[in-house]
Design a protein around this ligand. Structure first.
Ligand code: RIB
Length: 300
């Protein structure tokens, strides 16, 4: 039987990236160096990571404006093999993100959602043939919940990457099969600060995964705690590392891999993504991930 399609529903942005010695403090002006634009947005990054990870066909529901910023995003998704359901929004600009990237690979990101705010419940395509739905929080939360509800009712696995950080209604949490968060997002969702184990115990979702950068990730699944160390890399740009993790994870699970194996693949992919510039431009292919896995690094 062929793998069932992964549907990613969420944001797509054009990223405006300036590299500088450091990220400016409030009120500070920093003279940066080079400037470049990259296709980005959490949803689109995750769709590309899923498609490059291979195994399951990937489809994406997204909203774009009728401006020149839409085309690079569309091209990037299509050339990675993502099948698109595009909602065209002439009344709103394509989503944009303004990113300051420092020499020590830190970043500060401000997003203008634009067309991403136009995604509504009625835009969700028919879910026949969809095995998993991957969501994030750069689109309206009511829309995210409506999509999760429809997928849950249709027996589709629902995965939420709760980024950017915000609190999540219990009505949405109850629809999830898998929740992926970083430590800040975990604190927002659980209300527990500084204790990952306690915070994990508070969240009533069957599988919760916490990514912790260079300290790897932890998953709580069926009462067990799984640990996955990080792969060692020289970080250049961490933009999109979490997205790469999520897309790769869902692709691996869609291929029928065990959770420990899926966590290892996702960690390897996000490590490679951190070693390159840009969001989608940095996401590795399956072959690159397999090559890093073959080095046998980051064994739990
Ligand atoms: O997660 C990284 C992404 O966050 C960037 O590509 C930017 O567009 C913002 O959405």
């Amino acid at each position: 039987m062929s793998a069932r399609t992964v549907l990613v529903a969420g944001s797509a942005n054009l990223d405006f990236v300036i590299r500088a010695s450091h990220v400016p403090a409030p009120g500070e002006t920093v003279l940066g160096r080079d400037f470049a634009t990259f296709p980005g947005g959490k949803g689109a990054n995750q769709a590309i990571a899923c498609a490059r990870a291979g195994g399951a066909p990937t489809r994406m529901l997204l909203a774009l404006g009728a401006d020149p910023f839409a085309m690079p995003i569309e091209n990037s998704l299509r050339s990675s093999g993502v099948q698109l359901d595009i909602v065209r929004c002439p009344e709103r600009p394509t989503g944009t993100a303004f990113i300051c990237l420092s020499d020590d690979a830190e970043n500060a990101i401000t997003v203008a959602p634009g067309a991403n705010s136009s995604l509504r419940a009625e835009h969700l395509p028919d879910l026949a043939g969809i095995g998993a739905l991957l969501l994030q929080l750069e689109t309206p939360i009511e829309t995210v919940e409506a999509y999760a509800r429809a997928a849950h009712a249709a027996g589709v696995q629902v995965v939420l990457n709760a980024a950017p950080a915000r609190s999540i209604p219990a009505s949405l949490l109850s629809l999830l099969d898998v929740l992926v968060v970083n430590e800040g997002e975990l604190a927002m969702v659980s209300g527990v600060h500084g204790d990952v184990t306690q915070a994990l115990a508070r969240i009533d979702v069957p599988c919760v995964i916490v990514t912790m950068g260079a300290r790897g990730c932890v998953a709580r699944y069926q009462g067990d705690l799984l640990q996955q160390p990080a792969f060692t890399i020289d970080a250049v740009d961490t933009t999109g590392a979490g997205d790469t993790f999520c897309g790769t994870l869902v692709a691996a699970m869609g291929r029928g891999e065990s959770l420990p194996r899926a966590l290892r693949e996702a960690s390897a992919a996000s490590a490679i993504a951190c070693s390159r510039l840009g969001a989608q431009s940095a996401i590795p292919t399956r072959m690159e991930v397999e090559a890093l896995l073959a080095t046998d690094g980051a064994r739990p």
